[in-house]
Design a protein around this ligand. Structure first.
Ligand SMILES: [Zn+2]
Ligand SMILES: [Zn+2]
Length: 451
């Protein structure tokens, strides 16, 4: 125990040894460090199947540092009661019982008397402003407001799509102050741009840092590489989404996510003089009471952000500066691009008995961007990312081990790295999945505007 004098002249007691990190004095200019977080999560506020406090606790207990609850077309705010005594909500009784057991009757709010199952009529979903203080801890765990702006693009009559009449055009908006309603648009690219513009408008008007990103392009194969490329105000998208329905690997007619990324970035840098997209990994979790791998369970994908402070603004500014990578399990000690020596270097935090293979992928400066339409069995063009030459998103080098590096020669339009481990993903969203991590594209330049 030490004694020191407080500002008001009172003697104050401070137990030095017992000061938890969150009580320590705030450091000036702390070193940037890695923070782990997930920006795409659902709760009972829309189509997730658990109470927000239960969802937040899942992440907090597993060492995440930040979390955004991003329900469909709703911010986690305002008054919302949901019926318990309803057959429409399957398994509601067991969920409610768990919630009540975990947080107790003084926290859980109900009203009315139900007719079946001995349940109250309704339970209140608490807004973020009411429960965040239960969980947040400075420098340890942070909640950030989020919304999944959920837009539907109508397909023309007779158009081909396994999904039916609408395509799901979804964008997450992180750290909003106000709800954004889906903005619509005459084309898929315009719909993406219109929703992004609404986020940018709110950010400019309020002065608060906000981060929009495009979600799961391969869900329903809703967004092609050409459409992402042409939605030029988009800078971020999900290279990995843990929902099993998001077609990470594509199919015989549709490009896998990584190829889609390379095609979009090559089109941007070659034809549009627009910066490449940066890739995030997210959970898009909906199901919290199951280990059924076919459901959208949490804990599958996240981002690691290098920032000085665990605050929304510090994290978002770091993400906008590409100071982050996407992961489905592989962790880096470090990843850096030295623009003088033109070297991309990664230090992987190795796990015993696990092997790591890193592919350095990109497109040569000199390339052929011609493409052909994808045809169905009848020879009719279908709505899908077109087929390009293999050099669009080719593998420049493959390096084994925990310290892979790649020296750019100047012949590359850009280079990115994907690290694949030999360790099976403990929560596989597709058969055969192993843990991975994706760096952002480096070594690219925009052409100077003509004077
Ligand atoms: Zn979605
Ligand atoms: Zn979602």
């Amino acid at each position: 125990m030490s004694i020191f004098k407080c500002a008001l002249g009172l003697l104050c007691f401070l137990s030095i040894a017992a000061v938890p990190a969150s009580r320590a004095q705030i450091a000036a200019n702390p070193e940037a460090r890695w923070w782990k977080g997930n920006l795409h999560t659902h709760t009972l506020w829309s189509d997730g199947n658990d109470f927000p406090e239960m969802v937040v606790e899942f992440y907090r207990e597993r060492g995440y540092n930040f979390l955004a609850l991003s329900d469909h077309n709703v911010l986690t705010q305002g008054q919302k009661w949901i019926p318990l005594d309803s057959s429409a909500r399957r398994e509601m009784k067991s969920r409610f019982d768990r919630y009540l057991r975990r947080f107790g009757g003084h926290w859980v709010e109900t009203r009315g008397t139900g007719n079946t199952n001995g349940l109250p009529l309704e339970v209140r979903l608490k807004p973020l402003s009411e429960f965040r203080s239960l969980f947040e801890d400075r420098g340890v765990f942070l909640m950030i407001p989020g919304e999944e702006i959920t837009n539907r693009f109508p397909l023309a009559a007779g158009s081909d799509s396994a999904a039916g009449k609408f395509l799901a055009i979804h964008l997450n908006a992180t750290n909003l102050l106000e709800l954004i309603n889906p903005q619509g648009g005459a084309t898929v690219s315009e719909m993406i741009d219109n929703n992004l513009k609404a986020v940018h408008e709110q950010e400019a008007r309020t002065g608060q840092q906000m981060l929009p990103h495009l979600n799961h392009p391969n869900f329903q194969y809703a967004v092609t590489a050409e459409e992402i490329a042409n939605a030029v105000s988009d800078h971020f998208f999900e290279i990995f989404n843990g929902h099993p329905g998001t077609n990470q690997r594509g199919d015989s007619h549709h490009a896998p996510m990584e190829k889609l990324w390379d095609i979009a970035n090559t089109i941007r840098l070659t034809n549009l003089n627009t910066a490449p997209l940066y890739g995030l990994a997210t959970d898009d979790s909906h199901h919290y009471d199951s280990n059924d791998m076919s459901r959208s369970i949490p804990g599958r994908g996240w981002i690691m952000v290098r920032a000085r402070h665990l605050t929304p603004e510090s994290l978002i500014r770091a993400i906008k500066s590409a100071e982050f990578y996407a992961s489905s399990g592989v962790t880096f000690n470090d990843v850096r691009y030295d623009s003088t020596s033109r070297t991309l270097a990664i230090s992987i935090k190795a796990e015993p008995g696990v092997e790591y293979t890193t592919s350095f992928i990109g497109t040569p400066v000199s390339h052929d961007l011609s493409s052909t339409a994808i045809l169905d069995e009848q020879g009719k063009p279908i709505r899908a990312t077109r087929r390009y030459k293999d050099e669009i998103g080719k593998t420049f080098a493959t390096v084994r081990g925990t310290a892979p590096t790649f020296n750019l020669t100047g012949a590359e339009l850009y280079v990115r790295a994907v690290v694949t481990s030999s360790k099976p993903h403990p929560r596989q969203s597709f058969v055969g999945q192993t843990e991975q991590a994706w760096t952002q594209p480096v070594g690219w330049m925009l052409k100077k505007a003509a004077r």
